[in-house]
Design a protein around this ligand. Sequence first.
Ligand SMILES: [Zn+2]
Length: 88
Amino acid sequence: MTCPVCDSETHVYDSRTKLDSVYRRRKCLSCDYKFTTIEIDRDFYENLIDLKDKFLCELNSDFQRVVDDAMERVRTGIKGVYGLQNGG
Ligand SMILES: [Zn+2]
């Protein structure tokens, strides 16, 4: 694996297993940047991505509802202030 900072080669200097994953501490051979990678089961990863997509979809849906509600309140407020009818 290459360094995310300078793209040079890295080496693993520590490796630990936690539940179903493996954490590896890596260090860049060029700039000494240290970072951690996590090795997980592919099915678990893909399920995680599916969950994230569903969550974001739901979040966008909720956000759109909030925006629509706010816009309706603005429209209603403007009609109330100026005494306008629907469509005006
Ligand atoms: Zn580096």
